[in-house]
Design a protein around this ligand. Sequence first.
Ligand code: ADP
Ligand code: MG
Length: 247
Amino acid sequence: METSAGASVVLDHVTHRHPGGDIPVTALDDVSVTFGHGTFTAVMGPSGSGKTTLLQCAAGLERPATGRVLVAGHDLARLSERRRTLLRRDRIGFVFQSFNLLPSLTAAQNVALPLRLAGRRPDAVLVRQGLAAVGLADRAGHRPSQLSGGQQQRVALARALVTRPAVLFADEPTGALDASTSREILRLMRTLVDRYAQTLVMVTHDPLAAACADRVLFLADGRLSGEITDPTPDTVTARMLHLEAAC
Ligand code: ADP
Ligand code: MG
């Protein structure tokens, strides 16, 4: 069992199978990993290696077949359905490649949404601070269609962070962005970790993106196949080439 002291998220011997077809697919196979408070981890691996499933299990969106997941010290399997829903809503943030903003709402209304869903009166100051933290103080009244891709991803980040989650999961957050916009988003995510001690776990295919993290985990066929601390684009690329050659 891994220690959970100082950890935001712990996966302890997690195995997960997706039902489907004649043979269930083992998407995660005995994965144990700890994401420490205030750390930035990148997750890499070939397509289908289990990266999204790892995030979904860690975020309580999928229930593992075996093993345990702890978020902010809570064993997800031991919580009632209601407590698990509340933990997901209040302590876990998620951003996606496709931004997933509501098109009819302004940037400010999108950021306020998690507070509304929690039955809280959206605090205008909190929403303004959230938009300011991602550099969009002057875009509060814009709808997603009036914003660039990079600006939409910034709104999605502000929305994911408005509840001050224990951990932010990002599944290929720069996958739909051009190179220079990706760099801006990565700089912003690095700042969230360095300035606010945000715990961040990001799936990416891009060695330049992975090199922004403190640590890179490599997945192959649902198993952890190694990690690099203090990564550089070169060390990440070399490891990816090695993994793909082995497939
Ligand atoms: P990655 O994000 O690394 O591309 P995934 O976690 O999405 O990988 O998928 C891991 C494996 O699980 C793949 O073989 C994929 O086909 C399978 N899989 C993922 N989601 C489902 C699902 N909802 N139903 C059935 N199989 C799935
Ligand atoms: Mg995926």
